[in-house]
Design a protein around this ligand. Sequence first.
Ligand SMILES: Nc1ncnc2c1ncn2[C@@H]1O[C@H](COP(=O)(O)OP(=O)(O)OP(=O)(O)O)[C@@H](O)[C@H]1O
Length: 492
Amino acid sequence: MTKRFGGLTALDDVTMRVSAGSFHALLGENGAGKSTLVKCIMGYYHADQGQVAVGEQEREIANPRDAHALGVGMVYQHFTLVPGMTVAENLVLSRSHVPAVVKWADERRALDAFMAGMPFRVPLDVPVSALAAGEKQKLEILKQLYLKNRFLILDEPTSVLTPGEADEVLGLLRRMTREGKLTVLTITHKFREVMAYADEVTVLRRGKFAGTGRVADLSRSDMAEMMIGAREIPHGASRLDNAIGEPRLQITGLKALNDGGLPALEDLDLTVWAGEVVGIAGVSGNGQRELVEVLAGQRPSAAGEVRIGGELYGATRAEIKRHRLCLLPEEPLRNACVARMSVAENMSFRSFDDPPFARGGWWLNGSAMRGAARDLISLYKVKTPGPDAPIGTLSGGNVQRAVLARELAHDVRVLIVANPCFGLDFAAVSEIRSQIMQARNRGAAVLLVSEDLDELFELADRILVMFDGHLVYETPTPDADLSVIGQHMAGH
Ligand SMILES: Nc1ncnc2c1ncn2[C@@H]1O[C@H](COP(=O)(O)OP(=O)(O)OP(=O)(O)O)[C@@H](O)[C@H]1O
């Protein structure tokens, strides 16, 4: 299969084969062409050359509906649910044939029976907009199982799940493949998951086939080498033993409501000192998203106050600029970008109205923006055809890098990051964690909200656990015990 986007060959004559009833992993760096390949299989993109055969028979897959008719379904990296509808409505309306009049009582009974047979559940009556990323991801998987698709393509299905949830989901999927009920093709960046769950692996590098094999015959470093070639694997920055400075970010008695108008944060007290990383652990949906949104100015608080450097902070654009507060929210394409605008424009969001980007307060200087963007693109190794490409056409990992480049472009004093390595390949994870550590070492106060406990153990100086809108536990990282943190995450 070959697929070009303008002058860029995203997939270059790639051949792969997935055996029936296998669990097959597709590996590759950010921008290697993994999503493009699976989108071609799904008929979401049309390959310039190449064919798809299902059960040895060549098939014309012109669109995702054709793929579904062949029992091929996909869970995309970006969510595809209708936010304003409930979970039940999303499931029922995802069927290709929905009766003109839906008998909700019957549907509800069928859905309850379906959910009862699943190892994880999502509440049926909640609007999708009120679900956290982890819950949405589970729902995306449940939807495909509900649609009875037998060949499931997953684009990084566990990025927003806790290790426990990830094992649960992957364990279920593998059991179903072993029982011959399902074939799974999954894009992942996590070697641990490949080693533990996959039978076979195929690796892409810069749009080309780079290798394949049985996982049992390959080591982690075999796979890493297939992915990045002879390049050296980057090392993270080490933690400097710097003195902790003044209390930089102070949150007192903070309350906020969720989208459904119910309390999401309750009397939250938290101080982040200059020169430390405070990590917030928790299962998604326990108020972390609302906390980040309040600090980002995307959600009003219901009570309490936030201070930065002693001054009251209301999250206006001027205050964010003055305090040199930087933000990397989760799902950055949705929460921190305008997909149709160019990489250069997206990179200028913090400073487009300042010189040299704005002249006389009115005229935007496109060439200055493009020039600055070019520098950031090369510094942060953002893979893009150029500064003028719409940011929505970049691979997920490269959107993440572009936003981080924008946010860290100025000397940061307060850094707020939520799940910063979601969807990144191992080399990029190491680079981004190193950037966060360097910001801390330079004296920034860093609030790191993460569902990845390994990440918190690596980066945080202190770990706090958030459960049901409260901070329920706190420990210095050197004294932290994984099982104790896990118990608090589960509300025990
Ligand atoms: N719709 C599009 N228009 C233009 N270029 C695109 C489009 N989709 C993908 N590309 C480019 O094709 C290349 C491969 O992207 P793809 O999303 O397939 O990578 P990936 O391996 O899935 O990466 P990631 O791990 O970051 O998700 C990238 O350089 C990307 O910018």
